[in-house]
Structure formats: C-alpha cells, structure tokens
Design a protein around this ligand. Structure first.
Ligand SMILES: Cc1ncc(COP(=O)(O)O)c(C=O)c1O
Length: 455
C-alpha cells in the first residue's frame, strides 16, 4: 500500500478542531476498554480487512469502485470527532451548511442555480426520491426506463407501488427510442428514466432525442447519472452521440449523481437534484422533535431520510474545495485519464483475435466489456471460458469483473444465433492511475489468456 499522505495532516486538523472546543471543561470519555484492548481489536480488524480485493490499486480493474480521495477520508474522520447528523441544524449546523454549498457546486455542473437537492445515503435512495416525486407529480401514470437501467428502479417502483416497465435497448445497451415512442403513444407514461452511463456497459441513453419527444408527448424526464454524471465535465473527451446527451442534462426534471462513485467519496454519498424547487412542497411534514433551533431550512425538511451522515457532506465539501468541479481542472483531468485507459484497452482488445470487444462502437465512458473470442454458439461454454479467464487474471494479480449480457447482442450477420445470456468480462477503468498502468494490465491479461487457451 502507498504510504498514507494524510495521517499527519489529520492529527493536526484534529488538534485544530479540539481547539475550537477548547473553552469546555475537560472531561474523561468513558470508553469501557483499555488502550491495549482497543489496539488489539484494531489490529484484528486490519487482518479481517485483508480479505478484500485491493480496490485502491490500479490492478483492481473490476467493479465500479474508486478509492476516496485522501482528503475525503481525512475530512470524514475529522467530522467523526463530532459525528454530525444532517437531518436538522440541531444535529449538524456546520455540516448542513457545507452540504448546501457542496450540492450547489454539483448542481452548477448541470447549469442549475435554482433547484432543490441534497445528499442521500446512496444512489438507490437518491433514485427512490426521484421516482417517489415522479409518482406524486404524475400520479397513476407509468414510469419507463431501459432494460439496462439499474435494477433498483424496478425494485424501488415495487416498494412505492408505482407501475414501472423496461424498454428494450440496442445491442450497445442504449434505450431503443422507437420502442420508447411506442410506449409513449399509449398515453399513460408519466416519467422516462434516462440512464447516462449504465452500470453494465457505461452506455449513454440518447437524452437529446428523448427530450425531443416531449414536443409530441407529455412526460417527465429523470436522469440516472449515478455513475456517469461527472463526465459532463469533459465533453471534449467523449464521442458523439454521448456528448450530445451530456450537453442537455440540465433540461431533465431530476438528476441523480453519486459522489461515492466518480466523486472520490467514501460510501454513503449519493445526491438527488430537482430542477423545480417548488417540488419541495411534496416533502412537507412536521417533525415534533427537531427543526426548532433555526429559521433556516433543515435538510430533513426536503429529504425522505431522517438521519444522514454529516461527515459525508464534510468530506464532499473538502474534496470539492481541493479539486473543484470545473472543466479543465485537476478533477476533470483525472476523469479523462480513466477514460483514455478504457479507450486504449478497448482498442487493444479489438486488435487481438483472442478477444471479442463487446462495447459496441467503443466505450462511451470508462467501462469496457469483452469476451474470449466467440468460436461457439454455446453461450454456457463461452461463459465458462470467460469465468476461467476472470479467475486466471486474478491469479496473475489482475482483478476484473463479470457481467451477464443478452447473447443476441453479439450475433453477427451470417454468424450463429445466440440464445440466452452470456457472462462477459468487464472492467471499470475509473482510477486516473489506470492510464499509466495499462501496459501492466494488458501484460497480465495476455498472460492469463495464453494460460486459458493452453499455450
Ligand atoms: C446507474 C446507476 N444507478 C444507480 C445505482 C445504485 O447506486 P448505489 O449502489 O449507490 O445505491 C448504480 C450503482 O452502481 C448505478 O450504476
């Protein structure tokens, strides 16, 4: 592990925070354990944590897992000295103000200055709020999203007793707009969920074309950009038509973006934004226990959750102060590095006949999907071979992910018909370091492939 750059800084920041409360009389915290016992438990904890993939390392090139920035970790740990609760100003005065500022900066990325929004404990909860609101505004109408939209949309809709349906996609995982329009023609669609960056492939729904359908049909648009939202900062690094979709994201009615994915945050940090601040009226409720210490808005008044980690807001605020969400800034440059790594990995896969690159037209963001060359119509056997490759790569120290995709996507004219789904290899190259490590990744991939092919 690389040495931790912030441990000394964190110790000094803790001293500064303690000085803020220096006027209080000293007291002894009752911890119920000796220092030696705590040290022993912490060491045992470290050993237990060793049973994980090395998410922080560039050779972890699997799931959507990005190490939080050291400043985010340190700011989170610093806030833990107080453990603020951003439900109400009583529970987190400074951290609520920091949340408001940090969320404003995120909304500005989408061109919004007047809006309603807040952090949530996850992308799922952020989408739940957006769909709940959609259900309030267009009561009785259906919600549709693509079959590649995150699985939680359907589940959330079940929880909320909303009628949700999946719309088929093209073989790159983007919503089929003819299929969408035939749903809209039925006249009972209240909300369309557009995914800007699907979880499986990083596919970008054609938001510009979806919005254009509003000329003929009346519906709300919710954009699930939990994973992809930050790519709007680097349009010059995207290809058309994904770039066009990001250019109009601000025309959506609501947006979800997860700082705990691409925003360098520890888990527990999603974000939901509504273009119309007036939707706050739907949240109206009384809390007999809180909301009395300040006339200012308490974030619990515009959130479905009650307690929320103030530390998540503190970490986000600190990170965005260090690395502002600006086009051309260091944060944007980091996104570009991962994107370049994905494009390069996809290029090498396409040029190597041992593999089949499956991200149709190349990766739209920073996810690459591929398989071992398809010499068989037997998807079960093809899946087994991909799984073997996954395991062999791990043996050589390269950690990938697997994804199940419809076999029909990979049929070629005159080639075999694929019935069922295939387990494919998937890599989310979301760390800036992935770019510099691409040769190392490729070398291990190649070595594992030779072994799997019996070379
Ligand atoms: C597009 C998209 N939406 C929603 C989610 C759910 O977010 P969370 O895991 O933070 O609940 C994910 C998670 O990967 C996602 O990729």
């Amino acid at each position: 592990m690389a040495p931790d750059p912030v441990s000394g800084m964190l110790a000094r920041a803790i001293e500064a925070l303690e000085a803020e409360f220096g006027a209080l009389p000293e007291f002894e915290a009752e911890l119920g354990a000796s220092d030696a016992a705590m040290a022993g438990v912490l060491e045992a904890t470290a050993h237990r944590l060793g049973d994980n993939y090395p998410y922080f390392h560039p050779l972890y090139a699997g799931q959507m897992l990005k190490p939080p920035h050291p400043v985010a970790r340190a700011a989170y740990a610093l806030a833990m000295k107080l453990n603020p609760n951003n439900h109400a100003r009583d529970g987190g005065r400074a951290s609520s103000a920091m949340e408001v500022e940090a969320v404003q900066e995120i909304a500005e990325m989408f061109g919004w200055t007047e809006f309603l929004g807040h952090l949530t404990s996850s992308g799922t909860i952020a989408n739940l709020e957006a769909l709940w609101l959609a259900g309030q505004v267009t009561s009785g109408k259906r919600i549709v999203g693509s079959e590649q939209a995150h699985y939680t949309h359907e589940r959330i809709s079940g929880v909320l007793h909303l009628n949700y349906e999946g719309v088929k996609t093209d073989n790159g995982g983007r919503m089929d707009l003819e299929a969408l329009e035939s749903e809209l023609r039925k006249g009972d669609v209240g909300t369309v969920v557009a995914t800007l960056g699907t979880t499986a492939m990083g596919a970008v729904d054609r938001l510009d074309e979806i919005l254009a359908l509003k000329k003929s049909y009346e519906f709300r648009v919710h954009v699930d950009a939990a994973y992809g939202g930050y790519f709007g900062l680097i349009p010059e690094a995207l290809d058309e038509p994904a770039r066009r979709a990001f250019a109009v994201i601000g025309e959506a009615d609501s947006i979800v973006i997860d700082p705990h994915k691409h925003g360098l945050q520890p888990y527990g940090c999603g974000c939901v934004l509504f273009r119309d601040p007036g939707v706050g009226a739907f949240y109206q409720h009384d809390s007999p226990y809180t909301y009395f210490t300040s006339q200012e808005l308490h974030l619990g008044e515009i959130s479905l959750e009650c307690s929320r980690a103030g530390a998540a807001a503190v970490a986000l605020w600190a990170t965005q102060r260090l690395l502002p969400l600006k086009p051309g800034g260091e944060f944007a440059r980091g996104l570009k590095r991962g994107r370049r790594a994905a494009v390069e990995l996809d290029r090498r896969l396409r040029e190597d006949e041992r593999f089949e690159a499956l991200t149709a037209g190349g990766p739209e963001l920073d996810i690459v999907v591929w398989a071992m060359a398809l010499h068989t119509a037997d998807l079960w056997r093809a899946s087994e071979r991909n799984l073997e490759m996954f395991d062999t790569c791990a043996k050589w120290g390269l950690h990938l992910a697997l994804v199940q995709l419809p076999g029909s996507w990979f049929e070629k004219p005159g080639g075999p018909k694929f019935v069922g789904s295939m387990r494919c290899l998937r890599s989310v190259l979301m760390k800036p370091e992935h770019e510099a490590w691409l040769d190392g990744i490729w070398e291990r991939l190649s070595r594992a492939c030779t072994e799997v092919l019996g070379g």
